[in-house]
Design a protein around this ligand. Structure first.
Ligand code: FES
Length: 348
């Protein structure tokens, strides 16, 4: 049976999967825990064990004082748990409590679309140094700066629990210098400065509320990260996902090398979304064409099915404004809509 951790004073709980440390499991579950290096060197993840059994899973260079040891203080990045464990550890109360960071990292892998891939989205994997990892919340953005004025705000598509391996979905934009660089020039081992995190496109504490996600094109990057976090929270929340293509990809003019123009193909990572249906009873997934009226209709129908909900919208600026305004006109509660602009971060 997996160990179950209860955090004090917040009362938040999460389970530890095989071979995870308490810190990794907490981050995977979306808990904004205090930490620094993830590697036993800084002491930033100190916590007090109130009850239960913990197991030291890796050596740490950071030295706890005799008093800390006598108070059952441990490093969460070097311990796992057994059975029910209660720990006392502070938790950031929002994105404003996550420290601003600047990290020099390296591109590890770039996966470009094949001619058959209609949605021109590049998958970029960036790896940070072991001693300087990115602390962030699922759904947040960072600034990627490749030098020579090639920089943009991009949503992190991966889980905060793997803070060394950061994944990004970067859409092709014709005549956009950043996009042209990513698709035509970027090579593995390229140095990149990561700055951030930014933004409030994050899950509420109350994840029992039904969640409706609406993503346009690469707006799926932060949305996918939030969905994985919601599923890791071990709740039985209904989760609905609606996706549509990004009109800027499909209508930017002919670009046969990336296969633009055919809007009948499934969105990128469609199989991943379909696989979530198998692992999550309350998960529903639909794809729509580039038709904001149909999207507003589909999303508002889903919202009306629940007494309470949170509706997360992520996509390019124009789409975001149109869909948000349409939803409010369709009587979706404006205060329950959370928006994310993938064309340079801003909140709506
Ligand atoms: S995060 Fe640095 S010691 Fe645990």
């Amino acid at each position: 049976m997996p160990a179950r951790i209860t955090m004090l004073p917040s009362g938040h709980t999460f389970e530890i999967l095989a071979q995870e440390t308490i810190l990794e499991a907490g981050l995977r579950a979306g808990r904004a825990m205090n930490y620094g290096c993830s590697d036993g060197n800084c002491g930033g993840c100190k916590a007090r064990v109130v009850s239960g059994d913990v197991i030291k899973t890796r050596h740490h260079d950071f030295a706890l004082t005799a008093q800390e040891k006598s108070q059952n203080t441990i490093l969460l990045c070097c311990h796992s748990g057994e059975g029910d464990v209660v720990i006392e550890t502070p938790e950031a109360e929002g994105s404003h409590e996550i420290p601003h960071q600047k990290i020099i990292a390296k591109v590890r892998k770039i996966t470009l679309p094949t001619p058959e891939d209609i949605r021109a989205v590049a998958m970029v994997h960036i790896k940070t140094p072991r001693t300087q990892r990115l602390r962030f919340l699922a759904g947040q953005h960072v600034r990627l700066d490749f030098g020579d004025d090639v920089a943009a705000l991009c949503a992190v598509a991966s889980c905060p629990c793997d803070d060394m391996n950061l994944h990004f979905h970067l859409p092709y934009r014709r005549d956009d210098a950043f996009s042209e660089f990513i698709f035509n020039t970027l090579k593995p081992t390229q140095t990149v400065t990561i700055e951030g995190p930014f933004g409030n496109f994050i899950l509420d504490d109350d994840v029992k509320t039904p969640l409706i996600f609406v993503a346009c094109g690469a707006g799926f990057a932060p949305v996918g990260s939030l969905i994985e976090q919601a599923m890791a929270l071990d709740e039985t929340t209904p989760i609905h996902l609606l996706r549509s293509p990004d009109p800027a990809n499909l209508r930017a003019g002919p670009a046969p090398e990336f296969g633009f123009g055919n809007d009948s193909a499934p969105p990128y990572l469609d199989n991943l979304c379909r696989s979530w249906k198998d692992v999550w009873d309350g998960f529903e997934y639909d794809t729509l064409n580039d038709d904001t009226t149909a999207m507003i209709d589909a999303a508002s129908r889903r919202a009306r099915a629940f007494d309470q909900y949170r509706l997360y919208l992520s996509g390019p600026s124009t789409w975001l404004k149109t869909v948000r305004d349409g939803l409010v006109q369709a009587n979706v509660r404006a205060e329950w809509i959370v928006g994310d602009d993938i064309n340079g971060y801003r909140e709506i």
